[in-house]
Design a protein around this ligand. Structure first.
Ligand SMILES: [Fe+2]
Length: 249
């Protein structure tokens, strides 16, 4: 399915990574391939990582990689990330200079949101809204992004590329395909336990880079304080970096 539906940058990265189809790859082997390209490094984690630590790692060019693997009964769809999602799905694009910068920039912006929160005395509801915004942008690009390539729709989001069911769903009439629109994404909640109902198509990876720049402008202007409620629903303050870190307000 990748041959037909993955974007060219993903396929180039996947080929250069040359991970065996027959065995679970070692993180060291993956990292030596990455080191020769973008310098990103996969770091092993045992399971779900709190988002603040996740994005801090991205900022430093480290990609938290789940080292467990899904069961055979979850090949179509896995709610939790696993090594297949992280290595087969994310790492090929981390071999691409432009995409690696995009992912680092997500990490920097997440951290900047906290810095702004600490420096301007803003409320935690503003922080929560801004974090909702950057998380949605990550979701609809890095996780579930589609891209137009020579008139055809291809996938670059890892959540699509590591779920055959999600990939079929993305290309079916069940999904509303929208042109990439930052304001729409920032106010769009998403589902994490069902196939996606709405997906966004970019013209090129540059559109994602530009969207991050636009996001930062809006962030500094204080325009992201009242985004629509909805996913990500985070019950724990940990999600926002309000607990379990040096931020205690
Ligand atoms: Fe992911």
């Amino acid at each position: 399915m990748w041959k037909d539906f993955a974007c060219k940058e993903f396929l180039a990265g996947q080929e250069a990574l040359s991970v065996s189809r027959d065995q679970v790859p070692s993180i060291d082997q993956v990292n030596s391939s990455l080191a020769g390209r973008t310098g990103f490094q996969a770091i092993p984690v045992g399971g779900y990582l709190n988002p603040m630590r996740f994005f801090e790692a991205l900022r430093e060019g480290k990609f938290p990689t789940t080292v467990t693997i899904r069961g055979r009964d979850s090949l179509n769809f896995s709610r939790q990330p696993d090594i297949f999602h992280d290595i087969a799905g994310h790492v090929p694009l981390l071999m691409n200079e432009k995409f690696a910068e995009i992912v680092k920039k997500f990490g920097r912006i997440w951290s900047n949101i906290h810095d702004l929160y600490l420096s301007d005395g803003s409320s935690s509801s503003k922080l929560r809204s801004e974090i909702r915004g950057i998380t949605r942008l990550f979701w609809f690009t890095v996780e579930f992004g589609l891209i137009e390539e020579a008139g055809e729709i291809k996938a670059y989001g890892s959540g699509i590329l590591t779920s055959s069911g999600e990939l079929r769903n993305a290309l079916s009439s069940k999904v509303e395909l929208c042109r990439f629109n930052l304001d729409s994404i920032l106010n769009r909640s998403f589902t994490i336990d069902k196939y996606q109902r709405v997906l966004y198509i970019v013209d090129s990876l540059d559109s994602v880079t530009n969207a991050l720049t636009d996001f930062e402008v809006k962030l500094r202007a204080g325009e992201l304080a009242h985004l629509e409620d909805g996913e990500p629903f985070a019950e724990s303050d940990n999600f926002y970096g309000l607990a379990g870190s040096e931020i205690v307000r």
